[in-house]
Design a binder for this molecule. Sequence first.
Ligand code: OSB
Ligand code: MG
Length: 372
Amino acid sequence: MIITEVRLHRVSMPLIAPFTTSFGTEYIREALLVEVTAETQNGAVTGWGECVAMEEPLYSAEYVDGCTEVIRRWLVPALTGVEGLVAESVAHHLRHVVGHPMAKAAVEMAVLDAQLRAAGQSFQSYLGATRSSVPSGVSVGIQDSIEQTLHVVAGYLDEGYARIKLKIAPGWDVEPVRAVRRMVGDDVLLQVDANAAYTLVDTSTLRRLDEFDLLLIEQPLAENDLRQHAQLASRLRTPICLDESIVSAESAADAITLGAAQVINIKPGRVGGYLEAVRIHDLAKAHGVAVWCGGMLETGLGRSANAALAALPGFVLPGDISASARFYQLDITEPVEMHGGEVEVDATPGIGRAPIPEILARFRTAEIEVCR
Ligand code: OSB
Ligand code: MG
């Protein structure tokens, strides 16, 4: 294909309830969508990508305005002249730009969507993923009280979610986790996510979580602390799962080799795209390391693509692939639904669901024509 037009859509989507992690509170999802139009052998086709960077650089270095700038000034210009462009060569054409995995992932996703739509192929079929639905876990933000936490968790379990993930932070760890485990009993899959809020000094606190039979503790220490995670792993019974630290297949290989990660959270945006995500899946599977698909408060566009990715056989734990209704009153795509703890994998052409134009227009705060 050859790219003929690129538009960026900035959308501002109110969350149903504030979402608090150890690094901050979100009230509104400021999302960035990439719309690529390309000429292919099958005619003109449009593809959509979603950039998962957040409004502020608190989860990782990227943020949505920065991604907009990088995509507009450096990424799109590196692709627009390329004849015979395919999704599999996007990362190669962008390799001279240092960093910015979320910006690159969004562009690659849009090109891959266009490619699949032109070929009439679903993402699931492209990946060779066989499951028609995937288990749906839910991420529960830090609440104002333990009572409120129990209320929120009970609500999600009533809805049928297959796994609960509690956000933790220093001062909000052992007691809320104890209360939730006591309420839900031994059979509910329960895990925690610290978003890098602890240091090795907190080892004794983190060890106290061992008694709650958690599936895993996600990213207890800082992004660059691979060696420290390995040290912590040797002192905890609860498996350590890395999120922020895994930025590429190379870092996944390092983490596995060092014993820093018994489990890996794969987020396509964080690792530079769905194709790198597949490589990490393959690597982890070859090493017997469990993976699951993380979430970044995606719209139905990113969420549906994540569901297809999570249908690969190495994704042996439920992902943060909750329904549209978990975060949004109204999604910009057909809503992703959870039934009986599962989300269906789309079998229609393309990487995921496309935005519905009227709803997109309602939430859009800016539209940037990058090239035409
Ligand atoms: O650490 O997994 C995380 C959301 C934003 C940034 C980081 C994280 C999260 C979540 C949300 O936990 C999961 C979801 O999108 O359902
Ligand atoms: Mg996480």
